[in-house]
Write a protein that binds this ligand. Structure first.
Ligand code: GLC
Length: 587
């Protein structure tokens, strides 16, 4: 009966309309339990990424901190998210904004203390919000005690990092091979002290740990256990694709990318430094550790992995194809909305990008949707502020997990930062390319209200400047003053998502006709059908070129829409440029 209904639905949407080019794609998956595939909390959750230094400064010293996050838990609860993921708050010289850790078991004083973190976890848990920490396995800070001991060849630590002798060419010392750092230039740095090169796939201050040394593997597994015992609900695993390198240290071939010069990471094809088999196996080992811990817990602690790669490689991080070994609960989907979509996208681009993910993900894995993070130009800036509501609404009807970067809920755009004000280590090396390379723009303080420094603090100079756009875009105005604001729309989308929790499977379908993009979602359990109508173009659409044989009630609409919630959608009416309406269909 259920499947019959689905096929009837497909008939509705494949009705032909004139000679307009139309492409329809459908994806259907069934789940076996009441809550996603495994019946676990995270599968339909919204994860909210907090960039702690820019979230809320409680002590007016210019940097956000843990007490600031505690102060804002009401907001986080109001947003309706299930879990927060904190970018690193560990002890760090902050060369790469905390991704260079000098003590994995302590909190940096910029952010507070371990007690503050404990308080945050307790307060969040009282509100039924989980707390996920960033975990940075590939490298430590060069200030970490392990590296300092390794520099001195101290017993027990000599092989904690990847050390290699120089190659002497015509009497000159050169690095062991041609590997390039993600942050430009050779991935090898000479140590006068040890008279060897060490590997750093990121900045010079971030030496790569040597995972071929079992002591390092044990040490880093202990770090995971430490935080699990602390009460953390999971990990976002940083830059995992770089963990292992080729044991023979072979040169990498040229990529042939015409846009990359010899110093650029893109210059080489990273067949020996990225996504090695041992790396993927280690992720499976981390999962085994989590599963062992989870066996005695009332709910599972989760892990999500950060991998920028092609879709087939990305899928390996979820687990083996035959299901015999599990990996991340989910590995971030950067493919659909980040690497796979550019400003000015067409309906077909959007459809292809979503379908590409859904087609590749095996039924036993949970999808996820990511619009942005601290490494990417903010989605409002990247894909256009006029699309933010449509994208938030679209994500709300896609199956699986949603990840929101703080500020996306208010449509915050990139801020304004000069090279002199910047911190991003890869960008400040060369001010002439700062505007193209810096990630500081997406890290400026959260815009809370229209008071001084956007309410981030009480007026002290902020570590990165507050964006001048805060008077137009801030939470307080969007929450209270503007009825159909980005924030209120975002909250409606989260409410809807939360109502999907009792799904037992899904059916999604996408249709593109000219500039009209239609996404439909059917919930098996509740027999509810939803359709998003989104005019991707710059022109008014009058009338919309596709109607469904059903009465449709508007339940969410973008901020430029003339519709009100509860209106019956008029298929013969018009849709403004970039207008999006989410409809509940009465079939
Ligand atoms: C990850 C982080 C990024 C950091 C890099 C090195 O990609 O998201 O911010 O610079 O790892 O740790």
């Amino acid at each position: 009966m259920m499947l019959l209904k689905c096929s009837i639905f497909v008939v509705f949407i494949t009705t032909v309309f004139g000679n307009t080019v139309k492409v329809t794609n459908t994806v259907q998956k069934e789940a076996t339990s009441n809550l996603g595939l495994f019946g676990e909390w995270w599968e339909t959750s919204v994860f909210y990424q907090i960039y702690p230094r820019s979230f809320k400064d409680s002590n007016n010293d210019g940097s956000g901190d843990i007490q600031g996050i505690i102060q804002k838990l009401d907001h986080i609860q109001d947003v309706g998210v299930d879990a927060v993921w904190l970018s690193p708050i560990y002890k760090s010289p902050q060369v790469d904004n905390g991704y260079d850790i000098s003590d994995y078991r302590d909190v940096d004083e910029i952010f507070g203390t371990l007690d503050d973190l404990r308080q945050l976890v307790d307060e969040a848990h009282k509100r039924d919000i989980k707390v996920i920490l960033d975990y940075v396995p590939n490298h430590t800070s060069d200030q970490h005690a392990w590296f300092q001991a390794s520099l001195k060849n101290e017993s027990g630590y000599a092989d904690y990092y990847v050390w290699k002798d120089a190659v002497i060419v015509n009497g000159t010392r050169t690095p062991p091979n041609n590997w390039i750092s993600e942050f430009k230039g050779s991935a090898w740095e000479w140590s006068e002290e040890r008279q060897q090169y060490y590997l750093h796939q990121f900045s010079i201050a971030q030496p790569d740990l040597n995972y071929r040394n079992p002591a390092v593997v044990n040490e880093m597994k202990d770090v995971l256990r430490y935080w699990l015992n602390f009460g953390i609900d999971g990990f976002r695993m940083d830059a995992v694709f770089t963990i292992f390198e080729d044991a023979e240290f072979r040169d990498e071939p040229l990529s042939g990318d015409p846009n990359s010069g010899p110093e650029d990471y893109g210059y080489l094809d990273h067949i020996y430094t990225a996504n090695q088999n041992e790396t993927i196996d280690l992720i499976y080992q981390f999962r085994e550790l989590l599963d062992e811990y989870n066996a005695n817990q009332s709910y599972p602690r989760v892990m999500m992995t950060e991998v920028y790669s092609d879709i087939n490689t990305t899928m390996l991080y979820y687990g083996t194809e035959d299901g015999s070994r599990k990996g991340a609960h989910f590995t971030f989907n950067f493919i659909t909305f980040i690497t796979g979509l550019q400003k000015g996208y067409s309906t077909f681009d959007l459809q292809d990008s979503i379908i590409n993910w859904l087609r590749h993900i095996p039924s036993s894995y949970t999808s996820n949707w990511v619009l942005g993070n601290h490494d990417q130009t903010r989605v409002s800036t990247r894909l256009g502020p006029e699309n933010i509501d449509a994208l938030n609404i679209l994500v709300s009807i896609l199956p699986g997990v949603q990840v929101t970067y703080n500020g996306e809920e208010i449509g915050q755009e990139n801020g304004e930062v000069t090279c002199e004000q910047g911190y991003d280590p890869q960008a400040i090396k060369n001010c002439s390319t700062f505007n193209q390379t810096s990630r500081d723009f997406q890290r400026t303080p959260f815009q809370w209200d229209s008071s001084i420094n956007a309410g981030f603090n009480e007026g002290a100079e902020t570590w990165l400047p507050v964006s001048q756009k805060y008077l137009q875009t801030n939470l307080a105005d969007e929450n209270v003053t503007t009825v159909n604001s980005h924030y209120n729309i975002y909250k409606q989308t989260i409410d809807l998502r939360q109502s999907f929790r009792n799904q037992t499977g899904y059916f999604v379908s996408f249709t593109s006709i000219g500039n009209l993009f239609v996404a439909q979602r059917f919930l098996f359990d509740t027999d509810n059908y939803y359709a998003l109508y989104y005019n991707v173009g710059d022109e008014v659409m009058d009338p919309v070129p596709l109607s469904i044989n059903a009465t449709a009630t508007v339940i969410i609409r973008s901020n430029n829409s003339a519709y009100s919630i509860g209106d019956v959608f008029d298929y013969n009416g018009s849709l403004q440029a970039r207008e999006a309406v989410l409809l509940k269909l009465d079939l």
